[in-house]
Design a binder for this molecule. Sequence first.
Ligand code: M6R
Length: 617
Amino acid sequence: MCGIIGITGSDDTVAALLDGLALLEYRGYDSAGIAIVEPSNTIFRMRAAEQGGSLYHLANGLSKEKAGSLNHTAGIGHTRWATHGAPTVTNAHPHVDCTSALAVVHNGIIENHNRLAQELKSRGHTFSSETDTEVIAHLAEEQIAGGKSVKDAVIALLTILRGAFALALVHRDSPDTIYAARRTSPLIIGSESGVGLLASDVAAMIDKTRNLFELGDDQVAEIRPEEFKVYDHLGVEMQPKPIRVGWSTEAARKGGFPDYMSKEIHEQPTALSETILGRLEASGATYLEELEIEDSRLAAIERVLLVACGSSYHAALAGRHAIEAWAKIPAEVDIASEMRYRAMQIPANTLVVAISQSGETTDTYHAMRQARSQGVITLAVTNVVGSLMTREADGVLYTRAGPEIGVASTKCHIAQLALLQCLALRLADLKGTLSDAEKSAVATEILALPALVEQTLASHEQFRKVAERYAESRDFYYLGRRLGFPVALEGALKLKELAYVRAEAYPAGEMKHGPISLIEPGSVVVVVAKRSSLWEKIMANVEEMRARGATVIAVSDEGDEETASLVDDVLETPPVTEVCSPVIGVLPLQVFAYTVAKAKGHDVDRPRNLAKVVTVE
Ligand code: M6R
């Protein structure tokens, strides 16, 4: 978690750091802070930790004290998602050493920080925070006191620190230089016209430069206005790997919507068409060469194991059905945080697909790595170019949804669903399990999805009106069967994370095995009741709920009066075949959760206790 930024050589270091932090806030917002080397060779530091407004408070403080007064010198900034230590000002980054000669920002977790801190304290260092990060400042201080240059001190840290880190450090004796290092946590560096930069992700840098490079594991960068140099853990100079990105700066901003979430909900038709663009033809032909896994290896796949967390896990559950239905090979789904701690026995010829919007979720990353260590083929499905998982997987497929800033996943979830369908069709093609006519029918339906999503979102107002009637309800049950179940799970997750309301999702047939005891007058049941061969069974389950006093809202097909007559409210969506139905079915549930959350006055982009990128276990 956490976002870090660094800039040197800018005309206005303060403004540049604040701009970057605003773009990184989705990674955490418990506190924000910056440190800049002043021309007088002292470190200026300012930090703020205010619920819902750390960056705002920091910017306010800075505008009074420092606006425009610092230029060309090196500065670093941090936006925090608290792990070690409460979200307070004293725990806010940057952290300094005993003499305030240097300041450091960090994303990740230093696993051996307890032992290191004890040793440092016994050698006379004074700590002022509860964070794991502060050991980095004191360790660097010791290395420099022992005669090392700042760069060599940072290189030495690589052998002392255990765990995950992306860190940036400034020292008062090198006013124009930022030192950076990384292991596992992401860090991008770049430069443009006499300005050197670093950030946790490309979205925070692309308005300043597209000359971007990835700092590798256990590498150190020395960034100056005119140049940067990269070294390995032995101090040998390396060539960093360039990164190519197609995102526009505007794509990373709100674009006229009141919040990122509504912007991203309405970007879903584009996200979808971009994701399938050039990958699929109406004939059923698929083009996934970017995968870089040879067709012969893919054709030999005998089973698929999909692994993910949260909304990505729900996409995996839907993707499994497409793989089984079209490629006719067994497909299983596992929650990454569970899978990584099982004694996994993955048969040879399994394709392990790790799905992650961010490409950095620690649980998914480690589950994928563990699978890879068993010799099976791994594929990362992610939205973030150059993210952690893409660097370790055998193959990568990018959802091309553009940056997703809202913490609740919307457009990336939809893009994942479509991309998994393309993959399923590719496997079916290689396996020869569908006739040409069947492939074409499926492809035609996938290609029609962007327009159908647009059509569905045009009913936004209808969804909103229904949702407003339930803004005060407290107990929600989301039910679905087969492909309706992942939709129910996703709808319930959206309501929980945004509206802070209890919302349980169950396969509808499972209610009678226990959860039905919970149903009473006042319970609200949201049922995914789009037409499929299981529609009658689902409606029988609905009757059981209504008989016990529940109010029922159905996600139904447009014009389906029979369903409408059997429930209290409907969220009507265009009819679509069952395999493609999760893409359409989830849309009214996104709007439903958004509306209830807004009615309660919640910040939908930054729900409490959550962060966009989950890099802790
Ligand atoms: O980046 P990832 O797709 O790996 O993230 C997985 C989950 O943390 C994420 O989907 C989370 O559940 C979202 N808040 C859902 O809206």
